[in-house]
Design a protein around this ligand. Sequence first.
Ligand code: UDP
Length: 334
Amino acid sequence: MGLHQGKKILVTGGCGFIGSYLVERLISEGNEVVVIDDLSTGIKTNIEHLLNNKYFQFINDTIFNYRKMEEVLQGCDEIYHLAASVGVKYVVEHPVESIRINIRGTEIVLELANRYHKKIFIVSSSEVYGKNMKRILNEDDDSLLGGPKVLRWNYGHAKAIDEFLALAYHMEKGLEVVVGRLFNTCGPRQVGTYGMVIPRFIEQALKGDPIMVYGNGKQVRAFCHVSDTIEGILRLMNHPKAVGDVFNIGNPEGITIFKLAKKIREMTNSKSKIILVPYKKVFSQNFEDIRYRVPDIRKIGKLTGYSPRVTLDQLLEQTIAWFKEELKKVKEGV
Ligand code: UDP
């Protein structure tokens, strides 16, 4: 038996949809991974298959537990910080918790990373661009975020502060930090509970329920397969010139939400009706949607050679197949 050559890596929020794929990949590359997750929106089934792996450790705790975080982080070589509130629906329904985890949670993680000199990847979000109407969003574009009466903007403001704090630690204290702005990330294992459109449409289509398109359906999104998102994160974290900088990570293949609904209905051979639902019928508070959200990925591409591989059709095929299996399990009572 040879010596274990990999790093020991802390992943906060490792039981979430994206986190669980990151953990799998890090372990498959010979690293040892410690996950801290309070299972608030992550689910243990995402990492169940890893629980017996000797290179995996799961700590069921919150990142607000400063002592625990300090103890775990000290023993690791580097950190991927994914713990955050997730999904527009969740953010609007739990604004206090959402702001608390994105602000205080990230502050704790950055403070400790700095104290113990650990390189850290901060997962930020395309939500920081807000209502910027540019058709393709570039890292240097302005954040155009609405005010506090429209609850969804809490997420963009909080993630923007996370970015400021991360870069401030880098500039002022020399902390090695990389910031990735994730655009819509999808794939098998993502659930619709927190509002994400692809799992919701697939479930509605497979059950023959109406496919609920919010607003006029002309809003544009670009969906990235989770494996491509992970590839982007890892390439950046492992590139020395990414330190102290901010990068978009996503797939620039844009589509309107109405077209997405039609595509999913077709691919599932569903007879579901597609209906347009006004935002005010879905969200009790004032709500504003984002019209265009497509990433410019030239910066990450130029530095690391990143280019997403999975097309939207492949992403949907895989996710539909996964949902069929899940629904079968529910039916069989497994
Ligand atoms: N959306 C929809 N029906 C749903 C869920 C979402 O039409 O059941 C729309 C939503 O209004 C938005 C787009 O799909 O325009 C993407 O929504 P999601 O919450 O997945 O991501 P985000 O808004 O953060 O890009």
